[in-house]
Design a protein around this ligand. Sequence first.
Ligand code: MGD
Ligand code: MGD
Ligand code: SF4
Ligand code: MO
Length: 857
Amino acid sequence: MANLIEKAKSYSMNRRSFLGLSAGAAAAITLPGCGLTKVDSTTAAANLANKEGEWIPAACWHNCGGRCSNKAYVVEGVVVRQKTDDTHPDSPDYPQQRGCNRGRSQRMQVFGVDRLKYPMKRKNWEPGGGKKELRGKDEWVRISWDEALDIVASEFKRIQEKYTNRGIFASNAGDLGRAFSLAGGYIGSWGTSSWGSWRWGPEKFGMAEGFFIQSINDRMDLRNSQLIVIVGGNAAWSAPGNPTYHYLQAKKAGAKFVVIDPSFSDTVEILDAQWVPIHPGTDHAMFLGMAYALLKEDNPTTNPLIDWDFLNKYTVGFDMDHMPAGADPKDNFKDYVLGVNDNTPKTPEWAEQISGVSAATIRELALQIAKTERVALLTAWGAARIQNSDSWPQMFMTFGAMTGNIGKSGCMTGVSCHYSTANGGPSLVTPGAAGLPPIANPIKETINDIEMWKATLEGKYTAGYQKIQDVNIQMIYHGYESHLQTRSAQSLGIEAHRKVEFVLSVSHFLTTNSKYSDVVLPIITEWEKVGGFGSFINRESLVFWRKVTEPLYEAKSEMWIAQELAKRLGLDASKILPVNEKQQFFNQIAGAKVVASDGKTMEPLVTLTEADIQEIGATGKPQQGRMTYQELKQKGVYTVERKPGDNLGFIAYENFVKDPVANPLKTASGKLEIHCQALADFVKSKGFTEIKPIPTYSPAVEGYEATFKDFKGQVKGDYPLQVINPHYLRRSHSILNNIPWLREAWPNPVFISTKDAEERGIKEGDTVLLKSSHGQTLRPAHVTECFMPGVVGLPHGAWVEMDEKNQVDKAGSDNMLTGPITTGQGIGGWNSTLCQIEKWTGTPLEEDSKWPLRIVL
Ligand SMILES: Nc1nc2c(c(=O)[nH]1)N[C@H]1C(S)=C(S)[C@@H](COP(=O)(O)OP(=O)(O)OC[C@H]3O[C@@H](n4cnc5c(=O)[nH]c(N)nc54)[C@H](O)[C@@H]3O)O[C@H]1N2
Ligand SMILES: Nc1nc2c(c(=O)[nH]1)N[C@H]1C(S)=C(S)[C@@H](COP(=O)(O)OP(=O)(O)OC[C@H]3O[C@@H](n4cnc5c(=O)[nH]c(N)nc54)[C@H](O)[C@@H]3O)O[C@H]1N2
Ligand code: SF4
Ligand SMILES: [Mo]
């Protein structure tokens, strides 16, 4: 190893030579241990290519919604190339689990030249912080593990003594949290993250698994839908792997697609869908307009549009005659839509003013859905990552109930996103539990992640209804997350990081979290660990991986760090890892289950012999399963074979719809609640804003209406553009943003409509400044007809790169534009952001694929 490190150090790593190399044919060869693409590697590559190696199932573990089979061909310890699933022929019913371009560049991440190699501290750090204002711009100094761990332990103790454990904040502490918890705990964070208002609301009004997995039918049944309406879902970008393929099978079977989305996405294009452009955050208003159209035009005998039987039998709250016990009959949904009490009928014309969708389209789509027998109403979470959208999921459900599209073949209303995109239902193959007992954090306090940086600066946070709590955070720890990058109010976040006495992070790279830290500890990646299964699982596939390389440089596992820290804090370190990593690996394999031939019970997946158990280095009993351990080690994936009409299909809410009395929902009424007091009470309990028990429309704080000085007068304000953050092909959130191949393949522009660009004199490629009331960022403009005027797309997850002189970010960091705006159930309302765009008069930006990587030490 020392040899390889010396090799790495002596290597001249200027950007030009790096680019020159990675562009060449020799780029495919990557050396574990030095992370460099060798200059003269053409010969080396040829030599290695002729030698026998081994395909090792290799992790692609990021939170992208996919879990694809990924394999590395390792020759003499060198990863020569990668491939993906070829374990069986590909077919629509039994598809391979093929990786995307990100997964296929995974070796560029693990062996990246910018991997952190040693523990390090900020040059101007001193106990207590030193020059704290230099965080994010200071130089780095290499230190030994001993020095690093001593610093961490003594700062932890000092802060603990001075401020108590409540002075320590870790938004996601990961493995080190085990040591912190033993030492008295820390304040954590909470938030709605991916799901927005789908996070907790649905379980209150009856869609218990609404935000995930079990709210829609399975992919085979999707082929029975005649019309598939997708509200804000771009599977082609954000649900890679098979979901788009599943949609295409439904299309082949005759389904028509409609996509309601501010952008003409690749999904719209691939599915040849009808595109309904809409202002972000206004889907609720549009659906109210559709509900109004149905109520006005429905006639049970001559023009039946509303499924009154469904509403009567399965819901409460639709009209005065079907209210739950104790509710005011005036508070019913129908009267709200018709404007009986507020004098505002929610007509398609009313909805057009807000959503930008023409009244005619609203009416036509409502009628089309109502008149089609089998409709899939699907939505992803982007349209719910909107401030004040707590009633939106309930509105979506209500429209599904009005049109009877719940609980039957070809009919569904729910979430199609992330790993259950286009395929609902419980998992047919599951990993075993690792068996590591958790260590509870003695401190139960948590801060909403939208408010956490403001709370750090101001010393107060919202702890519930009419409850403001004092707090004095003086240590920030960053574990398994990227929260200075991926959470709102990044400008305040940077300030907060420069205020506290100590900032610690563990990391693979100098990510945003690490850049603003005092001490950074290098950790190993999944390729350097024993192995295991992917936790985000496609319901039909289980993906397995194992060690590809020994730990690189001085990187260590977080468990090792936690143990060392526990020792230095005078704690019982044996509590950190009572079940070792090999045993955890074994437990996951031995406990893996696959559905039996009855389609219901689960049986062991893997056969394990005594020799296998010895090879793994664990204790356990041999067992019989569907595939041998040796086969799993080699194949790296098990996929349940599906056929039309098999016994593995899934219809969401089928039992409830067949017999609602025998199978009530977990709501107070046992039914789907269009009037749901529990939802209103829950939202109120969080202490931010309140909602009604029925789904009324509440505009986002920074929504379409707020683009105007005065919405009624239609005079535009200082921030007339709405910003949304597509989840982008280059990255999984912030991860992989530093991979040269991906930077070259996917430039990182801001997408702006031709109309908005022309009005501002902006041309393709011009550097533009995006300004909000919270911060500013630069990007090259990509002028396109694919975004509706008034809406710009700033891809999610670029690593902030501050130009300190001009106080502007150069990287297009999405959270530079967002603020600490807390609403409802604590929603991360990132798609409700406003900005202005102007041509940048300073130095034009160079494409970030030409920027130097963050190579430290
Ligand atoms: N403006 C805006 N903000 C958003 C969104 C948006 O659309 N717009 N989307 C939101 C959504 S949906 C999500 S899910 C969140 C994602 O928010 P995060 O979860 O914070 O984002 P990631 O970039 O996935 O961060 C994971 C980090 O963990 C590191 N990591 C990887 N493996 C390990 C490991 O084994 N140990 C440790 N300690 N670290 C590891 C990675 O390098 C990376 O830095 O962002 C949210 N934020
Ligand atoms: N490549 C890639 N894939 C990913 C991720 C990633 O970072 N990169 N992240 C993964 C994670 S953790 C998550 S949570 C999912 C997120 O998955 P999604 O929420 O589906 O992803 P987004 O790209 O944010 O949004 C999807 C679509 O919604 C549209 N949209 C935005 N706001 C609105 C709105 O108010 N109304 C309507 N009707 N449409 C709107 C956008 O234009 C976009 O086309 O993606 C997962 N997949
Ligand atoms: S990044 Fe996600 S979609 Fe791409 S190969 Fe990896 S797991 Fe699959
Ligand atoms: Mo997410």
